[in-house]
Ligand binder design. Structure first.
Ligand code: ATP
Length: 201
């Protein structure tokens, strides 16, 4: 059976960077956060659900998502955010399932999701990896990458579990602290996953 490995980490931990290394090894990566944006204008069931829950103004006449309108509703109302997530998560699963069909021949695939544990989607993966980094590094990286202040980074971190909470749920971890080398850590896991599934390799 193909392994489905969920990979996550706090904002700025370097999960996308780690995924790029796996991609260099030929491993397919599904980026759940990018998929969540895409399904907003490709998944008709989701689009109908959004209009049903938040009204016709959620989309313009030519079918483009009115992000500002929706953001104003959900970021001031936790119940509305929950409702939106309950519509978006199944659509991302539908998109992941379609993607899996196209990548059946690989011994394992990765699913990168910032909220893998918080959303419960790790339960649909066979294993999970947590990318960890010290908080000061995570904050510094995001401030530099996105040109924002420390307070803005911290505000984005609010909805995420702490590394300790995530570590209790993760099967494997990668430390991206700019001291321990990343590539050997990725190679070790790659070899392990291949050895778990030698038939497809
Ligand atoms: P987010 O959740 O915000 O998308 P992320 O966990 O996917 O973040 P990345 O985008 O991979 O993190 O990394 C954040 C920034 O830190 C990027 O600009 C990346 O180039 C840089 N970075 C990540 N790891 C390292 C490293 N080991 N050495 C130097 N820079 C790094």
């Amino acid at each position: 059976m193909q392994l489905k490995i969920g990979i996550t980490g706090g904002i700025g931990s370097g999960k996308t960077t780690v995924c790029k290394v796996f991609e260099l090894l030929g491993v397919p990566v599904f980026y759940a956060d990018a998929a969540a944006k895409e399904v907003m204008h490709t998944d008709e069931e989701l689009m109908r659900g959004i209009i049903g829950a938040f009204g016709a103004l959620s989309f313009s006449n030519d079918g483009i998502l009115n992000r500002k309108y929706l953001a104003d509703i959900v970021f001031s109302d936790d119940k509305a955010l929950e409702m939106l997530n309950a519509l978006v998560h199944p659509a991302v699963f539908r998109s992941f399932d379609k993607w899996l069909l196209k990548h059946k021949q690989y011994p394992y695939v990765l699913k990168e999701a910032a909220l893998l544990f918080e959303s419960g989607s790790y339960k649909m993966c066979t294993h999970s990896i947590l990318v960890k980094a010290p908080e000061r590094l995570k904050i510094g990286r995001v401030m530099e990458r996105d040109n924002i202040t420390e307070a803005e980074v911290r505000a984005r971190m609010v909805r995420q579990y702490s590394d300790e909470e995530k570590e209790a749920l993760a099967d494997y971890s990668i430390l991206n602290d700019e001291r321990l080398l990343l590539i050997p850590q990725v190679l070790k896991l790659h070899e392990l996953f291949i050895s778990m599934n030698p038939i497809l390799a």
